[in-house]
Design a protein around this ligand. Structure first.
Ligand SMILES: Cc1ncc(COP(=O)(O)O)c(C=O)c1O
Length: 385
């Protein structure tokens, strides 16, 4: 299992080197290991039976559902950069499923946020009678779970993590934070005493819109061991190709995410100024954590780096549907976190949002080019008023 906080290096260096001592061959770039099975020692005296050792905690390579050389490398890198023991899964939602299975709460306090997490909670309701309650509901008690997503999907506004921790812990409940919208170095939910952190690694960690993955992070090595054992039984580790793509993506992680964060803030500034001055008359609202006034927001996103994904609202549903096709540098697509900027008429995938809402995920393109593109598309939309 991956150690963490052992190296006093910057995130950029850790992303490139935290798995150096796990190299099995002389390659500088990690090989892609495709095997699902690994041959045993040829010397019979070295064979250790499953009765004599725990397969998962031994870290031995036996069968790829239990762990692979690249899974170990990915977890070594992620553990360093997310400040806990990271366990990698086949998707963000399989990570969330593993967290609910681990905590097995009677009540789950769940605010709005990503609709898929609500879908997982509904399955647990069917299986075990798990009751979904509102955040800060008095029914939250011993052994329950408070799930907080911050910044929240799709608006990209922050929720108060410390407040959730205080409420939940005073009742004997645990707190999991979905930090997908603000991965490191934007936010570290462990600074506020949370019990577990999850990410859809499909987004910023993957960063190229070409892999699905998720992670759970815990400070407690025993919890991490149990998660690894559960994962081996659920069969929810990512496949060899995806794991390798994730490791490769992590090498350039800091460059990407910090560029995206800076670009995002500049674009939000452009949009909110245009809204206030009336220069962008089709806009009615810009949502983003950088526009929030509450003190906890800058405490959580404490490096001046804000989430690169956020939402806007426009005057009519027709404008919202049409704006994406007027943009040249934004793909009209769901998801977020990739190097390419995306815009989504969010009603395509989320039943809960107004049909005037568009979600933007800012990529690594030149920010002035992105602003110029948005300016021309918003200006062209005035004809639809
Ligand atoms: C905030 C958030 N959490 C979890 C997920 C689920 O991640 P995945 O698609 O990797 O399962 C998403 C996906 O969009 C998300 O936006």
């Amino acid at each position: 299992m991956a150690e963490f906080n052992q190296l006093s290096l910057d995130l950029a260096s850790l992303s490139v080197h935290a798995d150096d001592d796990l190299t099995l061959v002389a390659d500088v770039a990690s090989p892609l290991h495709v095997s699902t099975t690994y041959h045993y020692e040829t010397d019979p005296s070295k064979l250790i039976s499953a009765k004599e050792r725990d397969i998962i905690s031994s870290g031995a390579f036996i069968y790829s559902r239990f762990g692979t050389p690249v899974t170990q490398r990915v977890e070594a890198v992620l553990s360093q950069i997310v400040h806990g023991h990271a366990v990698v899964y086949a998707s963000g939602l399989s990570a969330y499923t593993a967290a609910l299975a681990y905590y097995n709460p009677s009540h789950l306090a769940l605010a709005d946020g990503y609709h898929g997490s609500h879908g997982v909670a509904a399955i647990f309701n069917r299986l075990s009678g798990l009751k979904q309650i509102k955040p800060y509901d008095e029914a939250l008690g011993q052994g329950d779970l408070f799930h907080i997503e911050s910044p929240i999907n799709p608006t990209g506004e922050s929720l108060d993590i410390a407040k959730a921790v205080e409420f939940a812990h005073s009742r004997g409940a645990k707190v999991i934070v979905d930090s997908t919208f603000a991965p490191p170095p934007l936010q570290d939910p462990f600074e506020f005493g949370v019990d577990m952190v999850m990410h859809s690694a499909t987004k910023y960690f993957g960063g190229h819109s070409d892999l699905l993955a998720g992670i759970l992070v815990t400070k407690d090595p025993e919890v991490a061991q149990q998660l690894l054992k559960d994962r081996a039984m659920f069969g929810s580790a990512p496949g060899n190709m995806e794991t390798w793509l994730l490791l490769r993506s992590l090498r350039s992680y800091k460059l990407r995410v910090t560029t995206q964060a800076h670009n995002g803030v500049k674009i939000v500034e452009f949009l909110s100024k245009g809204l206030t001055s009336g220069e962008l008359p089709v806009l009615t609202k810009v949502y983003h954590s950088s526009l929030q006034k509450e003190a906890f927001v800058t405490e959580q996103l404490n490096r001046g780096l804000y989430n690169p994904t956020f939402s806007i609202e426009v005057k009519t549903a027709l404008i919202a549907k049409s704006l994406p096709s007027k943009l040249k540098l934004f793909h009209h697509a769901t998801s977020l976190g990739g190097v390419e900027s995306l815009i989504e008429w969010r009603a395509m995938t989320d039943k809960t949002v107004p049909d005037t809402l568009l979600r933007l995920s800012i990529g690594v393109e030149d920010v002035e080019d992105l602003i110029a593109d948005l300016r021309q598309a918003l200006a062209a939309s005035v004809d639809l008023l």
